[in-house]
Design a protein around this ligand. Structure first.
Ligand SMILES: [Zn+2]
Length: 108
């Protein structure tokens, strides 16, 4: 069976444990979604499914309008966001590695 390694928990799991095209396993994606949800302000949690859908559509339309208005700027902004996200993740990974090394050393 085909497997791949989750970039978050670093466990090797069957492809069925991953959403298509995702680097993190379903368990990690679900956990991250639950954490994101928990971090939301109460008024956002109180939104009805209709409000959530309206918000989703509004965000999608805003993205489309921004892209149509100035494709260059839209691409540049998206690239900047992706770069920032990658850098944040790198920093988090480094912090986790340092923490793991510290735990190991203190455990000795
Ligand atoms: Zn995982």
């Amino acid at each position: 069976m085909d497997t791949k390694k989750c970039t978050k928990c670093e466990l090797v799991k069957p492809l069925g444990d991953f959403y298509k095209g995702r680097a993190q396993c379903k368990d990690c994606m679900k956990q991250a979604a639950a954490e994101r949800y928990a971090a939301l302000p109460a008024e956002e949690k109180a939104r009805t499914p209709e409000q959530l859908e309206a918000h989703r559509v509004a965000m999608r339309d805003a993205r489309r309008k921004a892209r149509e208005k100035s494709p260059e700027e839209f691409r540049a902004e998206r690239a900047a966001k992706q770069r920032a996200w990658r850098e944040k993740r790198k920093a988090e990974e480094l912090a986790a590695k340092i923490e793991a090394l510290r735990a190991k050393r203190e455990g000795l």
